[in-house]
Design a protein around this ligand. Structure first.
Ligand code: ATP
Length: 322
């Protein structure tokens, strides 16, 4: 392998830059070239390529977002679009790929590998932590720290006004962010897509639980089946008119910011491992870390939604806030 193409795709996540840096520096160490592909599969199709040098990745390990930018591409989902992508890859002499992103990105990478035989390694870059084959994804630790910092601030005002706050966090299909941050912010309740009837549980607590609480925080995952935070807020207001209830949606702040030490180290390890894997002839796999060891998982398995949510944490939230 002489020229590795690297790109970021799907939702951006803090730590993607640290991963790009690690890929570039490791490849250069092995006398390989690195081509940065901008804007994910869209740029791959449109020929938006540039060589990355040692200097191109200076001073980015601490920066959020992705210097290569990210995008979603409908065209790449078609066989015709992937043909164009392959044509551009060949034109730029890219002979292997490191794809940094989530399940959609890996589905696309797998198609490229299967249809054209290009060696591909995937790195888990998503704040959702919802991939199989890694304990943590790049960006998750930063995102949950951003959430608890924000919720701590909400707690201050909730406490001053004796209010209940319903805080919506990211996670369209996954309660990973909600569950951890719920424990860490001393939430009253956590509502996540993986668990049913949490709303009934919340009502029960508000009805029969301690009445002397001056503030309460409820964390809701975006994908909670019983509706978004505003919908839940309206139901709570209706059923419990004596509780002063407010809703706060944290939104995109969860995707930005400086990556934490955990995310920088994870991204650096995975970027390094990706190049070593390609060099060793591996392909069609996602690289993650399980119990602090580098782990390889076939892309088709990695994209199976990780169902390993620790439901015990829900119980802990409940007991600790009694
Ligand atoms: P996140 O989970 O953080 O949003 P993601 O990688 O899952 O990240 P998606 O938008 O789902 O983000 O996917 C990124 C891109 O991958 C899509 O815009 C598309 O170009 C490509 N992709 C997704 N699904 C497929 C598919 N079935 N076939 C080919 N390409 C796909």
């Amino acid at each position: 392998i002489k020229n590795i193409g690297v790109f970021t795709s799907g939702g951006d996540a803090p730590g993607m830059n640290a991963a790009i840096r690690a890929v570039v520096r490791t490849a250069l160490y092995h006398d390989m070239q690195v081509t940065g592909i901008r804007r994910g599969y869209e740029g791959m199709i449109n020929g938006d390529y540039e060589f990355l040098h040692r200097k191109s990745v200076s001073n980015i390990i601490q920066r959020g977002g992705t210097i290569l930018k990210s995008a979603r591409s409908e065209q790449f989902k078609t066989a015709e679009g992937r043909k164009l992508a392959h044509y551009q890859l060949k034109k730029h002499n890219v002979d292997a790929l490191v794809a940094i992103g989530g399940d959609g990105t890996f589905t696309g990478a797998k198609a490229l590998y299967e249809e054209f035989g290009i060696p591909v390694i995937g790195l888990p870059g998503t704040i959702d932590n919802d991939l199989t084959g890694t304990d943590y994804t790049i960006g998750y630790d930063t995102a949950i720290n951003t959430v608890i910092n924000a919720v701590d601030k909400i707690r201050d005002t909730a406490e001053s006004h004796d209010r209940l706050f319903i805080v919506e966090v990211m996670g369209r299909d996954s309660g990973m962010i909600a569950l951890r941050t719920g424990v860490a912010s001393g939430a009253e309740s956590v509502l996540i897509p993986e668990s049913k009837d949490d709303l009934v549980g919340l009502f029960d607590r508000l009805e029969n639980g301690r009445k002397d609480k001056s503030s309460r925080i409820v964390i809701v995952a975006e994908g909670e089946q019983e509706g978004g935070a505003f919908h839940i807020g309206n139901i709570v207001k209706e059923k419990f008119p004596h509780i002063d209830t407010r809703v706060s949606i944290l939104g995109h702040i969860q995707r930005g910011g400086k990556p934490t030490c955990m995310d920088r180290v994870l991204a650096s390890r995975l970027g390094y491992a990706a190049v070593e894997a390609l060099k060793a002839g591996r392909s069609g796999e996602m690289i993650g870390v399980i119990h602090d060891e580098i782990a390889y998982t076939p892309l088709e398995k990695a994209i199976e939604k990780s169902s390993e949510i620790n439901l015990n944490l829900l119980k802990i939230v409940e007991i600790l806030s009694l």
